[in-house]
Design a protein around this ligand. Structure first.
Ligand SMILES: [Zn+2]
Length: 300
């Protein structure tokens, strides 16, 4: 792909339209650090090019987009977000914009937390923090989700894959998408209180008010994590205290969706749109685990 971005002397990404022409751009290649020239002639699409005839670097657009998104959010010190689970803005007005702009008191990149290192950590004015994960090609998987659930900090994931083929567009347009689009932002924590909790930490505390505990019938295998690789995809399965089984697939694969859907139809399971997982009634949980075990590919 053409180089639409290069790094300035402070290491910040600069869009070709915003750079001075020629060597005066004072920019470097994002990958190799060599001087680049801003080619802004009358004929070809404007782009950066290595100075002194060096062979072009292989620049992955996802790396540029990932860095650019961090830069944009660090500079803006805020982000437009969909309503946090459990918060219901303007409940009586279905037409109202339910999203809101979150102002950060501080924001830092790559600040290691107890269990993992999110892309960005924002300090909020109420003293709590918001963890921000920027996903372009790799998304939060079940292992990371478990850590996020244990950490219990507010966490959002930005899925920016849809911008990958738009990197030639003006910087301000890309910036607008990153900051203000909300349909590509998902809350990873907290979870929606209306949905069944399938996380050990919160499910334990929540379980006090659930009826099955009154009967003293917490399933002995509750919260035991089962992992399978089916058609090259990771699937996680776990019994809830009721004995019901929840099955998660983090990466989207239409064949796996078809399979889990067919089992739900056959055994009476259901799909949670928010968690993108399927739950199956306790009496068929063993059967579903057995089927997953049969499909499990050790070699994948
Ligand atoms: Zn280079």
């Amino acid at each position: 792909m053409s180089m639409f971005y290069a790094c300035d002397q402070d290491g910040m990404l600069v869009y070709i339209d915003d750079a001075k022409r020629g060597l005066a751009c004072l920019c470097q290649c994002f990958i190799c650090g060599a001087r680049v020239v801003a080619k802004k002639g009358p004929h070809k699409t404007h782009h950066f090019s290595h100075h002194a005839g060096k062979i072009a670097c292989d620049i992955a657009p996802e790396s540029i987009l990932h860095k650019l998104a961090k830069q944009v959010i660090l500079q803006a010190e805020g982000l437009q977000l969909p309503p946090m689970p459990g918060v219901y803005p303007s409940p009586n007005d279905p037409e109202a914009d339910k999203t809101s702009w979150w102002d950060f008191a501080e924001i830092h990149a790559e600040q290691t937390q107890q269990l993992f290192r999110p892309d960005l950590v924002a300090k909020l004015k109420d003293g709590t923090q918001l963890l921000i994960e920027i996903a372009v090609t790799s998304f939060v998987d079940e292992y990371k989700q478990e850590k996020i659930d244990r950490l219990q900090d507010k966490t959002v994931e930005l899925n920016l894959r849809y911008l990958l083929d738009q990197m030639h567009k003006p910087y301000l347009e890309i910036r607008q998408h990153i900051l203000h689009d909300t349909q590509h932002k998902t809350w990873l924590y907290p979870h929606d209180p209306e949905m069944p909790q399938d996380d050990p930490a919160t499910a334990h505390s929540e379980s006090k008010c659930l009826p099955f505990e009154d009967k003293g019938m917490i399933h002995p295998d509750a919260f035991v994590q089962h992992r399978f690789t089916v058609l090259g995809m990771w699937l996680g399965a776990m019994r809830l205290p009721s004995g019901d089984l929840v099955v998660r697939s983090y990466a989207y694969n239409p064949q796996i969706v078809q399979l889990l859907k067919a089992w739900a139809g056959e055994l009476g399971g259901r799909y949670s749109r928010r968690y993108k997982n399927w739950s199956y009634p306790a009496k068929y949980a063993g059967q579903v685990l057995e089927r997953l075990g049969q499909l499990h590919d050790e070699t994948a």
